[in-house]
Design a protein around this ligand. Structure first.
Ligand code: FES
Length: 63
């Protein structure tokens, strides 16, 4: 579980694959993994209407 502050008007890409070195954010590590493994991981896009503190989690996040 990652707790982060998301700011009003911000656009965020959240990692769903667990390979990003910048968790919880996507660093595009999924692209190379998808090519090598035939998978279709994509980041989850979030647009924030109000500044909030959010708890995010993914079954693929190991750290
Ligand atoms: S690095 Fe995990 S979805 Fe992009």
């Amino acid at each position: 579980m990652k707790t982060i502050k998301l700011y009003k008007g911000g656009k965020y890409s959240i990692c769903s694959c667990g390979l990003s070195k910048a968790l919880p954010f996507c660093d595009n590590a999924h692209r190379e993994f998808n090519v090598k493994n035939g998978t279709d991981y994509k980041s989850v896009k979030i647009t924030v209407e109000d500044t909030v503190e959010a708890e995010l989690n993914s079954a693929n996040w190991k750290r």
